[in-house]
Ligand binder design. Structure first.
Ligand SMILES: [Zn+2]
Length: 214
């Protein structure tokens, strides 16, 4: 089964994708991992990716799609499915990917959208505290340190990463919303898009996704 999983940053998409992939014997294709693996492999594609990343530029849609197609065609040859996470992020990417898939006879069987309210995500992410020394991650509500603001391991003062500042989170969510709506609209023209609430406990969300896939 070939699946695209969508969801805002902080929705737990990566975690869900990885759990689901294990349960349905599909490969979890996260755009970040694909880039890292390509570079590590030293292949021609990997060398192109490395050149772009070293220059500080963003990897182009074409290059990202080439990377995905490279892995997907190997999976197809092995009769294995995939679960695409973190791509497409824009309508242009979704259309380009669909064209490549159509040419190669690859079909997306299900599109899952993990639906989480902005307020929930802001609360989840803005409560995050990290230790710069040992990199431990805490959360003021769900995983507090023994002493407020202090790392359990080394007594270091905990900080809020700049990515986790509320204004930054809200900006990222807005960008996500603006770009995602057209993608879901695009997919819904050719297939059903399954809305799964990401507000529940992690294992409950997994259960809902598996239900949608069955
Ligand atoms: Zn620490």
């Amino acid at each position: 089964m070939n699946i695209v999983i969508m969801g805002p940053p902080g929705a737990g998409k990566g975690t869900q994708a990885s759990v689901i992939a294990g349960k349905i014997d599909a490969k979890h294709l996260s755009s970040g991992d694909l880039l890292r693996e390509a570079v590590a492999s030293g292949s021609d594609l990997g060398k192109s990716v490395k050149k772009v990343m070293d220059s500080g530029a963003l990897v182009s849609d074409d290059l990202m799609i080439d990377l995905i197609m490279d892995v997907v065609m190997k999976l197809v040859a092995d009769s294995k499915g995939f679960l695409l996470d973190g791509f497409p992020r824009t309508l242009v990417q979704a259309e380009a990917l669909n064209e490549k898939f159509a040419d190669a006879g690859v079909q997306i069987d299900k599109v899952i959208n993990l639906d989480v309210k902005s307020e929930t995500i802001v609360q989840r992410l803005s409560g995050r505290r990290v230790c710069t020394k040992c990199k431990s991650v805490y959360h003021v509500d769900s995983l507090p340190p023994k002493v407020k603001g202090i790392c359990d391991n080394d007594g270091e003062e905990l900080i809020i990463r700049s990515d986790d500042q509320e204004a930054v989170i809200r900006q990222r969510l807005k960008i996500y919303d603006d770009s995602t709506f057209p993608i879901l609209d695009f997919y819904s023209k050719s297939q059903e898009v399954f809305q799964v609430s990401g507000e529940l406990q992690m294992d409950e969300v997994t259960g809902k996704i598996l239900e949608a896939l069955s």
